[in-house]
Ligand binder design. Sequence first.
Ligand code: FAD
Length: 434
Amino acid sequence: MSLSVCQPRKRVAVIGAGAAGLAALRHTSCRPEVFEVMCFEQSAVIGGTWVYNDDVGTDQYGLPVHSSMYKNLRTNLPKEAMAFPDFPFEKDGRSFLKHEEVLDYLEKYADHFNLKKYIKFLTEVKHVDPVKDGHGGVTWNIKVKDVRVADDTSDSSFVADAVIVCNGYGVLGRMHFNGSLTKFEGQVIHSHDYRVPEAFANKVVCCVGCGASGQDIALEVASKAKQVYLSHNKPALSTSLPDNLSQTSGIVELTADGGMMKNGQKLEFDVLLLCTGYHYSFPFLSANCHVNIDDGRVTPLYKHIVHTEFPTLFFIGICTKLCPFPQFHNTVKFILATLDGTFQLPPKEDMMAEEQREFEWRLKKGYAHRHAHLMGPLQWDYFNELADLGKYERLPKAVQNLFDEIHRTRCNDLQNYRNINYQITGPETFEVRY
Ligand code: FAD
């Protein structure tokens, strides 16, 4: 049964105004009779990851530079598959966009749905704590800080009935590698701090990790570097690569001037560029929130979203390797369905049992522990299940079909797959656009 209008409005706090936070705002703010929404964003602008910054390290307020965006990035998904389902990108122009075009899209989304008025900018969430409400549930105490003020005098507190965590997870790079980094005397950087290939002119660079960023950055660096090694333990990429970019296996041990590879090669390189992903981090959640992060797995989460002990604490963006914006849209709709009573969450024990069952199923299927939230081909059934439970529209099949097509074209021709443009032509169909 849906929440009736005579019940008090639920106060929903959103942490972060990247794409996920904006989606949360868009769907809560359009139902003012049910939800009262506030959003806290530590920077001065919306967009999160899509706000390119030449700098690395800390910003003018001493906060870690949030974005991992690099200067020449073009999206690895076409805009036709990237869009929020209720807000298409402009039809014309190429499908694979520059980062500034995605930021522009998010600005238009925020303006169209009039979202900025709900955002407290330059406001860092420092502390989130559950407080018993006397009826068996909790409310949330949220302590925030004006980032422009160095001491604690600007701290203030808010109370919410529900919290949606949308802080992104691209700041704490996984310096992941078997063995010690200290032996290596060359330069070590994480892809979070990669900006331009010119920084590696005439150098020999070993890029570790063959995810989307590893592949893209290795290609880009090869345009300036003397030699690039793409080091990974996945099956070799079958696409053509530039002459000065070669694939090798994972590193077994670093030496002062390079490393020993699993395949027996001894390679010398000047730079070790770690494209090894990120750690989840929720520094503002108090110990009382009972959120555990263990080797890439965040618990206790029902369907990767809902805290099983405190089912008014939600997370968006935990799942990886999927269509991010459609996923955010979906996840918010599911969260709101639990809050307005459209979907009755199962008892805590059942949610915990399901979480454990799903995790064990993954391990049996051969997923690594750290891939507890990896979706890839699982995403479509997952999206559909959420939509059916929350009683809202499923994503059009055309998005799945296009996503799968890009996966194929990318594997076949990493250097050129972005030169093709697409259009969605029906609920299940897309075509190449000339
Ligand atoms: P973010 O964009 O990281 O936003 C989080 C926000 O929370 C930030 O604004 C931050 O300032 C704020 N915040 C954090 N902590 C606090 C706090 N304590 N208090 C207040 N505010 C806080 N996706 C695609 O769809 N297509 C692509 O081609 C693509 N390419 C990518 C390339 C790179 C290099 C990277 C890193 C990601 C890429 N992605 C891509 C994925 C991208 O991360 C998602 O599309 C999406 O933008 C993530 O949004 P988010 O809101 O979850 O997180």
